[in-house]
Design a protein around this ligand. Structure first.
Ligand code: NAP
Length: 301
């Protein structure tokens, strides 16, 4: 009942990690891979990210029963069109894109005769490229599948089993809800990090040297997020525009309320909010989603 021949399109952090995770966890499953960048293909072959790196996307998918698109969300449609003519009739197509509504629509338009089950493993780092991949990336992380209502249930079950085989926990959700949830938990936090690091570097009366020299824990943690891949994140904001703008509107209101509380000396309001947010952090640690040690368990500080 499991997939046996997996083609991975895009051999960066996500694609490379998938190749390594499949080799480590799914015996009997072979992998082919393709990346648009010849240097990435060469590096992926050196690192052995997949069993066989192909020179074209068509060659990579020719014998596949599962194709996983691991390219930036804005490149999904082009990447799918690239191999559309060579895709075996029974192959299931999925992806790992961080936004789901627009990707689902783009893939359905590019591959109208195939089974498409969009997916998003909520797992990653601020690194990108083939050298960034590692086999345990998906272990104990959630992977959200967003199949259309008429998607074949056996294919959904098979893809669920595939992700569970890589150590992930699977949840099924509709694409619109996924995009709203991820706007809150991932996309807006990245936007805030990009903003605060940008603001600090633009401040005229604080020098760039001072920003780096005196970077306290809070700023440093934002810089980690703000070092994330610019192409990936540009595409996320352009593709999850509605949900991001909706949550951003709400965020702006809450920020104004805090601004008022600070101006009015309303310590009670600040204390009440900061106590609530502390409880959320505790719940994340209790769920095993982060590390309670100081500095998030980082050794190098
Ligand atoms: P990445 O490390 O930059 O890898 C993406 C690779 O896809 C690059 O090598 C890129 O080549 C290649 N590519 C671009 N267009 C292509 C095309 N048309 N055909 C074939 N290859 C193509 O990015 P990533 O972090 O793995 O992200 C991949 C996907 O995973 C994105 O959709 C992202 O939203 C999603 N995701 C990322 C994270 C994360 O934390 N990074 C987490 C969950 C999901 P070029 O460099 O030449 O463009």
């Amino acid at each position: 009942m499991s997939f046996e021949r997996v083609a991975i399109i895009g051999l960066g952090l996500l694609g490379g990690s998938l190749g390594l995770a499949i080799r480590e966890n799914l015996t009997g499953c072979t992998t082919t891979g393709y990346d648009a960048d010849p240097k990435t293909r060469e590096r992926a072959a050196q690192l052995g990210l997949v069993d066989s790196v192909k020179e074209t996307a068509s060659e990579a998918v020719a014998d596949a029963d599962l194709v996983i698109l691991c390219v930036p969300v804005g490149a999904m449609a082009d990447a799918a069109r690239d191999f559309a003519g060579s895709l075996p009739a029974g192959a299931v197509v999925t992806d790992v894109g961080s936004s789901k509504q627009s990707v689902g629509e783009a893939l359905a338009a590019a591959l109208p005769d195939h089974t498409i089950i969009p997916a998003h493993p909520v797992a990653g780092t601020e690194q990108s490229g083939p050298d960034a991949g590692f086999a345990s990336l998906f272990s104990h992380r959630w992977c959200i599948l967003t199949p259309q209502e008429d998607a074949p249930s056996d294919a959904v079950a098979k893809l669920t089993q595939f992700w569970e085989g890589l150590g992930a926990k699977v949840e099924i959700m509709d694409a619109e809800h996924h995009d709203l949830v991820l706007a809150v938990t991932s996309h807006i936090p990245h936007l805030i990090a990009y903003t605060i690091v940008g603001t600090a570097s633009d401040l005229e009366d604080v020098t760039r040297g001072e920003v780096i020299k005196y970077s306290a824990g809070g700023f440093r943690d934002f810089t980690r997020i703000a070092a994330s891949d610019p192409v990936m994140w540009r595409d996320v904001f352009l593709n999850n525009r509605d949900a991001v703008l909706e949550v951003l509107g709400r965020f702006n209101e809450d920020l104004s309320a805090l601004q008022r509380a600070i101006r009015n000396g309303d310590g009670e309001k600040l204390h009440e909010l900061f106590s609530r947010t502390r409880a959320i952090r505790r719940s994340i640690i209790e769920e095993g989603q982060d590390d309670a040690r100081p500095d998030f368990g980082r050794k190098d500080h």
